[in-house]
Structures are given as C-alpha cells and as structure tokens.
Design a protein around this ligand. Structure first.
Ligand code: SF4
Length: 907
C-alpha cells in the first residue's frame, strides 16, 4: 500500500505547521516510536476550546481512529484569537482527561458533611433530589436561598439565561477576588469595564502586570506583544517583582506596591507640561464642561480653562516627587512618559490583577492608567486601547427569558453600592450575621475554601446546615471545597462540553465553540448519543445539558413557568438539545456565519463543529465616532455619534456618579494610599509587604494539580525575599519563615533573590493543595495529606502529615513522581479586605516575618476566625452604604451580572 503524502512545512509561510482543515477528518502521521518501521497513525482532528484560563484559545484534539482515544492536543490554527498557539496549559488538557484520580461518577455524601464518606448515585437521583428541593424553595418564595457561585466561567450567556429562567437573583462569581477593582477604574471613565489592547500595532506598551506570562488573555496577547516588539515597539513593565514579563521589557519599574497611581499621574503631568496631548480628542470626548462646572465652578467655561485646571490639579505630581513616593528613578518616569508621548495614538496598555487586586483603592490605578490614553487620544485607535466590548462578540441566546425583578442582599449588600461584582468574599460573614441563608448552593468550577481569603470562615458556614442547606459541587476535579458538599457532580474539561465564548484579544470580534470531542468524533463515525455523558469518560457530564435537565426537574409539569424555557422548539415534550440550542444561535445571531457556512456547503452548526471558531469582524476602531440615532447617541460638533456608555456618553474625568454616591474626593483620577502603604510600615523591624497573588505561567488556580505535565514543570512556591531583607532578618534560602497576618500565621520557605524590591516579599498563589484522606478528597499528584484540627472556638490549624509521594494507578507516571513539595495555602490566613468602592478584596498583606519555632512545621496554617470577623467589621466601617441620590441600590448605568428589572434597584 502506498502511504499518503504528509504535508511538508514550508519555511517562511504561515499555518503550514498545522494540518490543513480539509485533512482533519483523516490525518496521517508516522508513529515515532515504531521507527525505523513506517507505521501509520490515523487521526480525526476535532477542534475545541481550552478551558484552563479565561483566554479561550483554540485546541485541536487528535483522536486516534483505531482506539477512539485522544492522543494529544495542539493549537487550532483556525481560531482568530490564538491562531494555533497555546501556552503549556492548553496541551496539558490531555492530563485532565486521563487523570486516573478524576471523579467519573456523581457522588452523594453519606456521613456528616465534611466527613468524607461518599456513595455513587445516578444522575437521575441527583437531579430529582436537587431539582425537587429548588422547586420547593421557588414555590415557597425563597428564591434568594438559591445561589450559583462560579469560578472559571468559560462560557458566555448560558447561565445568565438559566438564572433568568429560574427567576433567581443568585449569580455569584469569583470576580471580587480577581478583577472588580480594575473594572471600576475603567468603567468610571467609559462605562466599559475592561480594556481591549491593540498590542500588535502599538509603538509603546505599558503593562501593569506580568502580562506576557500570566495576564488576562495571556497567550493571545503575548504573541501580539512580541509581534509589536519585533516591529520595534518599546515596553515598560511595572511590577515590584522581576517577572518573566519584566525581564523582557525595555523599562522595569519596581514600584512600592499600591503607589502606581502616583506614577501614572506624574506621567500625566509630563504629558500636559509637554503638550503631548490630543486636544481635539479631549475637547470632543471628555466631559470637560461638566468637570469644570462641578470641580472649578468659578472658571470660565472654556476648554483652555479645563486644560489649565488639569495642569493645576496634577502640578504636585512631579517626576521627582513620584520617584520618591514609588521608589523608582525619576529618569525612568520621564523615559516612559517620553515613550508614551512619542507613540501618541499607538500607545497601548493593560492591567489585570496586580496592583488593582492587591491594594485598598487599587481601582484608581486603572483609572489613572486610562487617563494617559485619554490625554494622548489613544482611545479606540490603531495600536491604542479600546473598550472591551468593542472586541467581544455576544451572540443572542435562544429563547431568552426576561430579567427577574429580585435583589439578593447576600450578594449585593447595601454597603457596597458601587461594587462591580457580587460581594462573594463576604458570604460567610453575611451568613453568620443572619442576613439570609442558602437552601441550595452550587459551587461551579470554584473552590472558595482554598481560593478565597479566610477559608476557615468558609469551612465554618459550609459545615453548618442551618446556613447552607445543600451544597452541590460541580467540578471537573476534586477540590478542597467539594469535600464539604452534599453532591459532587463531575463536569467535563475542555474536551467534554459545549460552550460559546468571545474575548477582547485584539481589534476584532470572534466567537469560539467548545465541543465534546468524544461525542463529536463518535457522531462522525455514525454513533448517536442522547446526552454527552454517554460519550465522555465515566459519566462525566456537560453543564449545558445538566442545567437543561435540572430545570425540568425544578418544574416537571411547567407550573412554575420555568420548563418552557428549556423545551425543544421542535417537540415541547422533551428538553431542548444542544444541537437545537447552538444551531439556533449560529443560524440566527452570528453575522456572516450562515453565508460562510453555505459557501462550503455546510449549515452554521456544522461549520462551527468543523472549525471551532468564527471571525465576526476585524479591524474594529473608533466605534465611538460611528454615526447613530439621536436616541442612542450624543451630539458632538453637530453630528450624532455613538460615544461611550457613561451617563454623559463621554469619557468622564470627573464622575458625578462617584460624587453622588459619597466619593467626591475620589471622583477624578487620583492617588489613594494603600492599606500596605510603605511609609506606614515598620521596615526597620520585621514588618514587610506581602504580595501573595502572582501567577505562575504553567499552573491554573486549582485545576492543574492533576496535570502532570504542568506539575513536573512547576512545583514550588517559595517566599521571594531580597537579600537586603534576608540579611536584616537572618534568613537563608530554604529557611522556614513564620509569616504572621492579622488573623493567624503560616510557615513557608525563604528564597533569596534580587528579583524583588527590598521591603516586599512575594509567593505565588497556586500551591498548597490538600486532601484529608489518603485516597480521597483531592488528587495525589499535587496535594499534601493534612489534618484540619479545631483548636478552640474559631481557632483552626491545618498541618501537613505528608507531602507528595509516588502512587500506583493506571498511569505508570504516577509511580514516577519525583517532586515532593505541596506548598502552603496562604489564603487561609488572610482576612477579607473589601475595598469600599469597588468591593474588590485587597489581597496584599502587612505581615511580620520571623523564624519558625521548634513547634512549627512547614505548611502549618493557624487561624482565628474571631479575628477574621473583627477585620471584616473594621473594613465594613469604611463603606459608604446606599441608597444613592436617586434612591436606588446601585447606579442604573453600571453593569451587573444577570441584571434585574429597574424595580429591583429601588431600595
Ligand atoms: S492561554 Fe493557555 S491556558 Fe489560557 S486558554 Fe490559551 S492555551 Fe489555554
């Protein structure tokens, strides 16, 4: 037999490194292990989407045509965001699929909650029990006792639709331990809560994060930043830590944590002084008239007067002052300002997590950073920065229910009216205060005991059935929180589920389609499936079908008006199928897709199943300048333009919203002192600033423990400490350090490194996974066996009994594990720090460092939750509760997930 020709790589030509789509159904490779024999391996290549971070890069699953197994994952060259490239976490999806420790069947608690006794149940039993309980709660008017708490969403719009169909204000997210802060900073300028950076066309790039390795939309952004650098762009990175990103930069500014807004305002001052600003843009698009009227009422209402007012406002922010305040060289500030000025409209930037997520008032870092774009007019320009929504495509979902009219005080307490997302970090405290209770609580790809601050307070409420009646953990892996569930329901990883998503990776819009690889490959082989779990490993389900079927169990006869939203359009006596659901979406709400599909003789669903993604539009710039109707737009120089999403439809230097809701001093871009302000610390003694939130590029928050490829690369997280501090405090690399916070302490190992500024210590946040039984509660690739002991009322200790060891399983690699250190969970020892404006948890900690004593063990975490309550109450006092000037709970124009009707906003 003649072997089929294998395509050759063509140097200098793009995409030839990838199998062409016309060959995806029968791709042939020589078996490397069989060499010198020429043995063919035949594959069916099925596109799907990575689920291991928020970037949603395309993947191609290589399905062995002989065995039906997935042999590996590579990049999908047809995906417009990732363009065939992935980080290490994408291909590691294979480990998650074939992890011998994964949960394959639904489990129900047998003993007391947290005792770790489980029995296997059928999906039907689980659905009937959970759905029946939810139906009862809804019938009895207890909708607020149902809560869906999501970690990594990985989908756009399906749960919004589901919660609306249930009539429940129960959406809870992880956002206020992640990004609420920066979102508020951006939203107060433009009404859009995230930036969309056109990195590939930029001349100067300013990053307030470790963006090249771990930032938001990390791989899609990193590849475009590198393109810009290859074309000559300069890059500045602000980070107290010498991240991999900082090491690739032209300017590394190692600032004191929380002082970054001062640095940006010093740059703003220089731009104003040099007149390196786009006056035309500012005159057209900044609310300068209102700003003058409210902030400088005695000035002439002229643009020049505004310009002078800006200069006066920021006059004290000299480079020399900012250098002193931030701990950098004044010449660095001038150099970066010059780079921004020279780039003009081709100045791009990004911030995510980093200072915004670390500091009290961190939202002003994003607000002052965006100020630099407003001044230079690099808003919506080629090579500049656009609002997120311009680069994100949101399809309409099928048969969309109307908004509900409820307001859940457990999620949106009146003390935090401007919080960008739900006050999820406060849930244990609000439950303890008796502000409500939960009858059915879903954690969905979320692990708050481990991931959130103050995990022992979570443990206390999750083990109290008067506060949490039923806890259902929907998760692809074991996790520390699932241990305290009543049901542990295994959900699919990237190759086992349907989802759609779109993110602002560049100046374009695209839609990605995640799909269950085994099911799609089986269907191409002529098999039929009723539900995805019939094709997946074990009985691993996908959530789309789970929520549809659960909704039927909540309302089996349609009496509650819920079932109708989940009935098949072709046969209402059965649930809608995923083909019907996504088929409608692709047919009816994705511009250009039906035509592109028809050109290939496909229907839109078949097109998306074939390619896994579709580019809806590209080269999207200056949307604010588009013409629109008088009802929708704003008049600018006698033309009706689209503008922005703020109340004024302009970019708001002065925010009437902030002023009206009690934050007058903060209503303009300004600098706020952090709770870890360096001048307030006893640096001469043993106090230091702890940065506990940087990511490693090769680990996922809590879902990479079973990814052996990743853990073999990254399996340590020591405490970074500058030799100046290490010498002053007497630490050598490897010494056990006792780190004391406001509520407890923990023990880590020191690592002396010049890669962090003196006065600041840091440890990445991935590690410290644990299990409470030898062979249950977590996978053994990454977790320590621990003892969780209650030392007294509110006093807890987690102690490691043993670290990581090889173990026997179906995967021979598990007996070859050579890494030993499980790391330490720091988050347990952090109290909640809710920023009074953004609601964001301010992660950074003021800590004292001392040598661990003879009674202390590596990995010990000791916490007093009575102190947690005290710190919560202290921070609560900083809040300025609503209602606002119009009697509402929250400004109507600010976005919020699963937005209710306007009635619900009235207090
Ligand atoms: S950046 Fe990496 S982890 Fe994130 S979606 Fe892309 S491949 Fe997956």
């Amino acid at each position: 037999m003649t072997a089929p020709e294998i395509p050759r790589l063509v140097p200098g030509s793009e995409l030839t490194n990838y199998p062409p789509p016309e060959m995806w159904d029968d791709w042939v490779e020589w078996d490397a292990k069989a060499w010198p024999e020429k043995k063919e391996n035949r594959f069916r290549l099925v596109p799907t989407t990575c689920f291991n971070c928020e970037s949603a890069c395309g993947l191609l699953a290589y399905v062995d045509k002989d065995t039906g197994e997935i042999r590996r994952f590579e990049g999908n060259p047809e995906h417009p965001g990732s363009r065939g490239r992935n980080c290490a976490k994408g291909p590691a999806t294979i480990n998650q699929v074939y992890d011998p420790e994964r949960i394959l069947y639904p489990l129900r608690r047998v003993g007391t909650r947290g005792s770790g006794e489980w029995e296997r149940v059928s999906w039907e039993e689980a659905l009937a029990d959970i759905g029946g309980r939810m139906g009862k709660a809804i019938r009895e008017g207890r909708q607020d006792e149902i809560m869906y708490h999501v970690g990594r969403p990985g989908e756009d719009g399906f749960m919004d639709r589901t919660l609306k169909a249930w009539g429940v204000d129960g959406h809870n997210s992880h956002t206020n331990i992640c990004s609420s802060s920066a979102r508020v900073g951006y939203a107060m300028w433009s009404g859009y809560d995230r930036p969309s950076s056109d990195f590939a066309n930029a001349k100067f790039i300013l990053l307030l994060s470790a963006h090249l390795e771990t930032g938001h939309y990390f791989n899609p952004h990193a590849q475009r930043i590198m393109e810009a650098k290859e074309a000559g762009a300069k890059m500045a990175v602000i980070d107290p830590r010498l991240s991999n990103t900082a090491s690739m930069s032209d300017y590394w500014l190692s600032t004191w944590p929380g002082t970054e807004a001062a640095l940006f305002l010093a740059i703003a001052r220089l731009l104003l002084e040099w007149d390196a600003i786009d006056r035309g843009f500012i005159r057209r698009w900044v609310n300068w008239e209102t700003s003058l009227e409210k902030r400088f009422p005695d000035r002439e209402p002229t643009f020049e007067a505004f310009f002078e007012a800006l200069k006066e406002t920021y006059a004290t922010y000299t480079p020399e002052w900012a250098a002193e305040e931030c701990g950098v060289e004044a010449s660095q500030i001038v150099d970066v300002a010059r780079g921004i000025a020279d780039a003009g409209h081709r100045f791009s930037s990004h911030t995510w997590r980093a200072t915004g997520s670390g500091n009290l008032g961190g939202w002003q870092a994003a607000r002052t950073m965006q100020f630099l774009h407003v001044l230079t007019g690099s808003v919506g320009t080629k090579g500049g920065l656009s609002p997120s929504a311009w680069g994100k495509f949101k399809p309409t979902h099928w048969n969309m229910p109307p908004p509900h009219s409820r307001w859940n005080e457990l999620l949106w307490p009146i003390e935090y009216p401007l919080a960008h997302h739900e006050m999820s970090i406060l849930l244990p405290h609000l439950l303890k205060q008796g502000r409500g209770k939960l009858d059915v609580y879903f954690t969905r790809v979320y692990n708050p005991i481990w991931t959130n601050p103050d995990g022992f307070s979570w443990l206390e409420v999750l083990t109290d059935e008067s506060k949490v009646g039923m806890h259902v953990a929907l998760t692809p892996t074991w996790n520390e929180t699932a241990w305290y569930a009543d049901y542990v329901l295994p959900m699919g990883v990237a190759a086992e589920r349907h989802d759609t998503h779109s993110y602002e990776t560049h100046a374009a819009q695209w839609l990605g389609f995640r799909q269950p690889v085994f099911r799609v490959a089986g269907e191409r082989d002529g098999k039929t499936y009723n539900r995805t779990y019939e094709a997946n490993p074990g009985e691993v389900w996908e959530e789309t079908e789970f929520w549809i079927d659960l909704s039927w169990h909540i309302d089996p006869d349609g009496e509650l008006g819920i079932r109708k939203w989940f009935e098949s359009p072709n046969d209402p006596s059965r649930p809608v199928s995923v083909d019907e659901y996504y088929g409608w979406m692709f047919e009816n709400s994705v511009p250009g897709l039906p035509e592109a599909a028809a050109a290939q003789g496909l229907d839109p669903l078949a097109y998306m199943r074939k390619y896994g993604a579709f580019e809806v539009a590209k080269d999207i710039y200056e949307v604010h300048e588009r013409d629109t109707s008088p009802e929708a737009g704003i008049e600018v120089d006698r033309e009706i333009k689209t503008g922005f999403r703020t109340p004024s439809k302009k970019l708001e230097w002065y925010s009437e919203t902030l002023e009206g809701w009690g934050w007058g001093d903060e209503s303009i871009p300004t600098y706020l002192k952090s709770h870890v302000y360096w001048r307030d610390m006893d640096m001469g003694g043993n106090e230091r600033i702890l940065l506990p939130i940087f990511r490693l590029p090769t680990l996922i928050h809590t879902r990479s423990g079973n990814a052996k490829y990743l853990y073999e690369i990254s399996h340590g997280h020591p405490l970074w400490m500058n030799p100046i501090d290490a010498d002053a405090l007497g630490f050598e690399t490897g010494d056990a350090v006792k780190i004391t916070t406001d509520i407890g302490w923990y023990v880590m190992r020191a690592w002396r490194t010049e890669g962090i500024r003196p006065g600041v210590v840091a440890a990445s946040h991935h590690m410290g996974r644990w299990r409470q039984k030898e062979d249950a509660g977590n996978e053994r690739w990454s977790s320590a066996l621990v003892d969780v002991e209650k030392l007294g009322e509110g006093r807890w200790r987690l102690r490691q009994l043993k670290g990581i060891e090889p173990f026997e399983s179906d995967d021979p690699d598990s007996s070859r594990i050579w890494w030993r250190d499980p790391g330490v969970n720091q988050n347990l020892a952090f109290p909640v720090h809710p920023d009074p404006v953004s609601g964001m948890h301010a992660w950074h900690q003021r800590v004292t460092l001392s040598a661990a004593g003879p009674e202390d063990q590596y990995g010990d975490v000791v916490v007093d939750t009575n102190k947690s309550t005290q710190v919560f109450e202290q921070w609560l006092e900083m809040a300025k509760p609503g209602p606002g000037p119009d009697g509402t709970r929250r400004p109507l124009w600010l976005d919020r997930p699963v937005k209710p009707t306007l009635d619900a906003y009235r207090f």
